[in-house]
Every structure is written in C-alpha cells, then in structure tokens.
Ligand binder design. Structure first.
Ligand SMILES: [Zn+2]
Length: 543
C-alpha cells in the first residue's frame, strides 16, 4: 500500500465519483488508495488569498444536510450507480464550514432573518428583511425602518461600481431574494396590497424596481408577477388579475426607468434576450413561484427557463462589467417541496441547484470568483432504517442481503426517507408501544411507567398504512410524518457552507450564519478592518 501508482488511483477516484454500475467494484486496495488520494489532493490545495472580483452566493432554501445526502444518492442512482459514492457539483468544493442558523428571537428560523444575516452581517428577528432587531415586527413606519435598515452586500457591491443580480425559483419578492435589496419588518408585504392600511414602508416589489443605487439592479429573474402588475390588468399567461392597488405597472416602470432594459415573462422572450445589448433584465415567469423543476417542462403553459438557464443568462449580462459583480441564486422551492412533505421534488430541485452551480463553475475563473453554496435553514427530513447499499433512496428500506423490505413492529414495510412532522401523517394510532409511558392531555403529565424505549409490541388496527414500492417511489408520494401538521416545518440544526475561489479558505469550523456576509465583504475588499481588533501581527503586516 505504500507505493501508490498515480494512474490507478485516478481510476479509482473516477469510479468513486461516477458510480460502480459502469465500473468494477472497488477492491479493498482501491478504497485505501482513493482515501489516500483525497489527502494528497488536500496537500496541494492552495488558498486563493487575493481579493475576489466577483461573488456568487447560491442558497438552497431549506437545503439541510440530509437533503444534500439524499439528493446526492438520488442523483447518483439516476446516473446508474449505487448513489452513495456520487457527489453533487458543490460537494467537490475545497472549503466547508457549518452555519448556525438561529435568529435573534427564533431557535428554528424562517428565511427572512437568515438571509438578512447572510447579506448584512447582522442577525435580526423573525420575518424581518435587512432591518435590525430594534425594529418591531410589522413596523409600518417608513422612518423607523429607514433609521434601522442594514446595508446589504448587494447594495455595497452596487455602490462600489459592480453589477448585481438576483435569481430565484421563488417569487422574486419572497424572503430570500428580497433580503438582498429590500428593507421591511414583514416579509409578507410583497406587494402594496399586502400591507395594512396606513403603512408607509414601501412594498417589496416596488423596492426592487425603485432600487436607486448606481442605475438600479441589473438582473432580476424569478416568479411573482402579480405583485408587479395593477389589479386593472390581467396576467398574460393565466388571465388572473394583478394585485397592485396603487395603479403602478412595475414591469413597465422597470423598462422606462433603466437603460437598455428588458422585461420578459416566458421562455421564448428569455431565450431571445441578447446579453450584449441588454443591461437591465427583469424576468417574471409565473404569477407566483415558478414551477418545480420536475414539473417545469410538462406543466408550464408558456414555457419558463430552468434555474441553470437563468443563472447562465444572468452571468452573461453581469460579467460585462469589468469591475465585477455580485449574484445571488436561490433554489427556492426545495423548501416548498419539503413543506408539502414531498421528498421527490425537494431532491430534484436540489439536483437543479447543483446544475446551476456547475454552470457557474464552468463559466467563471476560480482565481477571481468566490462561489458560496449554503442553505438558510434545514428541514425535519431524515434518512433512516438500515437500507443496503444502492437501495433506491425513495424506496422501501431493504436491509443488507434482503430481497424483501424490512418490516416494522406492525409487520409493515417503511421508507428510508421520512419527516418528523407535516402532511405525511397517516392517521391517529391509539396503539402506542407497550411499555411506554402514556400522556395525559388533561394535566399535561406523563403517567408513571417504564420508559418508552424498546417497545415490545404494537397493535396494528389504526397504525401505519401498507406501503408498496411503486407508491413510495412515485413523484407525488408524501413520506410518512410522526406529527400531523398542515405544513412540514423547518429544522434548527446547522447547515453546511461550501466555498471555492478567493478567500474561500476563510470558511472553517462552525460559524454564526452572519459570518457569511463578512467573508464576502472581506473577499470583495469592503471590510472595515479598523472596526474589529486583529490579534495577528502578521495579518497587520499583510494588509
Ligand atoms: Zn420554508
């Protein structure tokens, strides 16, 4: 094992990344050598210490670590491998940290304060977009909001002469994209009619179009048309009325306000955009969120671009600026699929986010572009049981060596993917495990008895349903959930930050989520060194 032949190791690496189906199973020596190769590669890592010209921040909304693992396996199985050995594009990035996602007032956060932390460097309260914690929830007064607004990395980039863009599969006024350009203490005030009477804080859609630093936002692509058009005109694709009561048509305001500006709402118009002659592009492809990737081609009436196509077009426009750019790209519907309790669409939208990241990697210079991929928060989504290697990730759990599914204590098969709560709850069971304590709802106390671990029996009568493989591997299946809720919830555990490019090495260890902003600011040369003491003498000399 001491003398490694580089060639055979490379071959093993490719086996490990492309899947076993196309190659022979690795031998014990192959496993050893591939592990060693990873370390040899790490010895040759060279941190890019100079400043970044460009920053691309990818957010998988709700893309917790279990979502990444399951998506990696699903993607690998689609390619014909066992799946576990596969890696998504960003999983090959050299630098990684974990992000603590709680907000000022939430143990498990929503997307508003989490994205605020990432783009302003400051944690705030739930539902707030780029205003500090001193602003009360739903503060209606524009003056109060203005006094306490937090400058975003997008605003700083634009002030410094960079181009800026936002791309999302959610409404472009939804919390994650909105935190980059809007300041408001209620994420739901997406259009003017969403605000309470008397509120003077501008709605989120108008803040996007009225963004007035250095000629305005350069690229905004996503969903959410109804908040941009007045209630006197109907949507071009579906005939539903617009939602604005102030009479403004923000899509025409966009083109009249900006130079060399275009507005598009379907794929043919999008494809016809020439990045050379277009400096400001607004694309709104659905009245609300755009379709899940799994449904996009089959179900969109007038056609809409994929997240990858939107990312590529945005980059073509932004990279015309020799000063550089800041681009935020959100896979916004990973979160929505999870809320619905549907793993299939969460995994396929994660695959699409990985494809968008790959498109960015393919068309940027790693010496000048910092690329970050992270999530705002996780979901209560688990990969359980003891499935054998290569077991279909959406399928019923089959143990090592088994030809039939493993059975639970009711004698019923179960899936590998499950949710702790949400819509996949299958009915009340009054047959709690024997030997467990029973809960008394009247006094909120647990009756005395033995601990609930290692139950010895269940009564099947009102328990779980009898599942079959075809059902659970279907695209609309809702994985089982323990606690019935109308929507599955976010989860509080840390999420991953993947990074490559200039200053990417600054991501290490477990960090607060707002550190992401500070790495981007350092990379772009916006950081104010004098505000925080630098204890490293050598670092002082290098400034
Ligand atoms: Zn969510």
């Amino acid at each position: 094992m001491k003398f490694l032949k580089k060639l055979s190791v490379v071959a093993v690496s490719s086996i490990l990344t492309t899947g076993f189906a196309q190659a022979a199973e690795p031998t014990p020596e192959d496993w050893f050598n591939a592990g060693r190769q990873t370390v040899v590669d790490a010895l040759h890592l060279h941190p890019v210490k100079k400043h970044a010209k460009n920053v691309i921040l990818f957010i998988g909304d709700g893309m917790g670590i279990s979502t990444i693992t399951a998506s990696r396996i699903y993607d690998g199985q689609q390619k014909g491998g066992h799946g576990e050995e596969n890696s998504l594009s960003f999983e090959r990035f050299p630098y990684l940290a974990l992000s603590k996602t709680y907000s000022v007032d939430q143990q498990t956060p929503d997307s508003a304060p989490t994205m605020t932390a990432m783009v302003t460097g400051v944690k705030t309260i739930g539902d707030s977009l780029s205003v500090n914690q001193l602003v009360a929830h739903s503060e209606p007064n524009a003056g109060v909001v203005n006094t306490n607004k937090l400058t975003t990395i997008l605003e700083q980039a634009k002030s410094e002469g960079l181009s800026v863009g936002i791309v999302s599969t959610a409404r472009i006024t939804h919390a994650t994209p909105a935190a980059t350009y809007a300041h408001t203490a209620n994420r739901d005030w997406e259009g003017d009619s969403d605000r309470p009477a008397g509120a003077t804080v501008p709605d989120i859609a108008s803040q996007l179009v009225d963004f007035n630093i250095n000629g305005g936002i350069d690229v905004a692509l996503g969903g959410g048309r109804t908040r941009f058009i007045p209630n006197t005109i109907t949507d071009p694709e579906y005939g539903v009325a617009g939602k604005r009561k102030d009479g403004r048509n923000l899509t025409t305001d966009w083109t009249s306000k900006h130079s060399n500006a275009q507005y598009v709402w379907n794929k043919a118009q999008f494809d016809a955009i020439d990045p050379k002659s277009t400096d400001h592009l607004l694309g709104l492809f659905e009245p609300s969120h755009v379709h899940y990737e799994a449904d996009r081609v089959a179900h969109d009436k007038s056609g809409e671009p994929s997240l990858t196509e939107m990312t590529a077009k945005a980059l073509e426009i932004l990279k015309k600026n020799k000063n550089g750019y800041f681009l935020m790209v959100e896979g916004g519907r990973i979160d929505h699929a999870h809320h619905s309790g549907n793993a299939f669409r969460a995994l396929t939208d994660t695959q699409q986010l990985a494809a968008a990241v790959q498109a960015a990697v393919n068309t940027t210079d790693p010496e000048e572009t910092l690329i970050i991929v992270t999530a705002d928060h996780s979901h209560v989504f688990t990969i359980g049981g003891y499935p054998q290697r290569g077991n279909p990730i959406l399928g019923l759990t089959k143990g090592v060596g088994a030809n039939t599914p493993d059975l639970d204590m009711l004698g019923l098969p179960y899936t590998t993917l499950n949710y702790a709560n949400g819509t996949g709850y299958t009915g009340a069971s009054n047959a709690q495990p024997a030997g467990s304590k029973s809960f008394n709802a009247a006094n909120g106390a647990w009756a005395s008895g033995s601990e609930g671990h290692n139950p010895t029996s269940y009564t099947a009568a009102t328990g779980r349903p009898l599942l079959n493989a075809a059902k659970v591997e279907g695209s609309d299946y809702l994985q089982e959930a323990i606690i019935p809720l109308t929507a599955e919830t976010h989860a509080a555990e840390d999420v991953a930050i993947f990074a490559k490019g200039p200053k990417a090495y600054l991501f290490h260890g477990i960090v607060e989520q707002n550190v992401i902003y500070h790495v981007m600011a350092e990379a772009l040369g916006f950081a104010k060194h004098n505000e925080v003491e630098d204890h490293d003498d050598e670092a002082h000399h290098n400034k």
